[in-house]
Write a protein of this length. Structure first.
Length: 145
């Protein structure tokens, strides 16, 4: 009703659905992991007492950064699927959270050997930076409103 003819003419490209759904599913895993940690349910995921102690030892700022990262990325994926320009802002928040979380993991804390997973860390960085770039591209192309 309130859309101009220019906004109506811009169709949702097929790749937006692929990127949006793929990142939503990937980011949901991070949200699940974060939620299980906050609920104190890591033993249900098969984690050892040493692994649980590592997560329980996170300072408040690292927990907050992790929350910004996972929930920002998840929200960004939802907003992307809804074709909203705010997706870019959500992915900026996610990137800030990821930077702080990575700083904590690599500089401040000692990650137990059993939790070190450079491949997962790389996948998270690639997904986050790609989502940031993609939402900026779709915004500039007029796909997001």
């Amino acid at each position: 009703w309130g859309e101009s003819s220019m906004e109506q003419a811009i169709k949702t490209p097929w790749h937006l659905w692929v990127v949006g759904i793929a990142t939503l599913l990937f980011n949901a895993i991070g949200c699940y992991s974060y939620t299980m940690t906050q609920k104190g349910s890591l033993a249900d995921l098969g984690m050892t007492t040493d692994q649980i102690a590592y997560f329980d030892g996170f300072p408040a700022w690292a927990d907050a950064a992790w929350a910004l990262g996972v929930w920002g990325a998840f929200t960004g994926s939802v907003l992307l699927l809804l074709r909203r320009k705010l997706a870019l802002a959500a992915f900026v928040v996610a990137t800030i959270g990821l930077i702080a979380t990575t700083y904590f993991e690599l500089v401040v804390s000692q990650i137990p050997d059993s939790l070190q997973n450079p491949g997962l860390m790389a996948a998270i960085w690639i997904s986050t930076l790609f989502s940031l770039w993609y939402s900026r591209w779709m915004g500039a192309a007029g796909v997001l409103r």
